[in-house]
Design a protein around this ligand. Sequence first.
Ligand SMILES: [Zn+2]
Length: 289
Amino acid sequence: MGLVSAKEMLQKAKAGHYAVGQFNINNLEWTKAILEVAQEKKSPVILGVSEGAGKYMGGYKTVVGMVNGLIDELNITVPVALHLDHGSYEACYKCIKAGFSSVMFDGSHLPFDENLAKTTELVHVTSQLGLSLEAEVGSIGGEEDGVIGQGECADPMECKTIADLGVSMLAAGIGNIHGKYPENWAGLSFETLDAIQAQTGDMPLVLHGGTGIPADQVKKAISLGVAKVNVNTECQLGFQAEVRKYIEAGKDLEGKGFDPRKLLAPGVAGIKAVVVEKMELFGSVGKAE
Ligand SMILES: [Zn+2]
């Protein structure tokens, strides 16, 4: 199966009270690790690509070529969506042209009317092409590729206005933050989530900044309508911890331990362990059977 839109997998997840993980990719190792776990666990999966990661990998066409090649040659049969994470208006069009199956337009930092107008246009374009579109209302705290938010909670009525445009999924701030959570973090605002869900009905909601949210809060968010959870930093930490151990143990200095395939292997195992844990927590294991 080639790349698919995230729309159907998220509608199924919302109806089935589980969530599909979006795991951000950085290179070949990341992509292969995530696809292999998804296949092994029979889970649908969304590969997230930030603008920065797209640039790092050589451009969006390179990413599309790599992902399609891996799906084909690794015989990946579970549904896979390739999704632009926090895209600008221009990046959305570049990714659509390059062959992504899903894009997120992050207009949350724009005046609401401008976010509304650009999201409306992108709803028309993506729906004609059979692609999925994620929109964002109320910026999400922390920093992601230079887009800084204040950790605010979205206005449920603004969420309804954007959801009614016909987007496939909606990201809304509910006190979540990108990256590591500060010690004094107040936790997710379930009151806000509940109010958003009441206004947006069947719309799959997206929880950004999945790293460091306690498991019980993630589960509760899923029970209240979250159908997609984004994981990025946690895979990076899993990779880093294992590569650090390998080097600190001096294994890169033994025999052919310098071979990048050997040096990066523990890091890949670290990413895989995080992806397995998250798919189990989100309840997506076995949902692609
Ligand atoms: Zn995000």
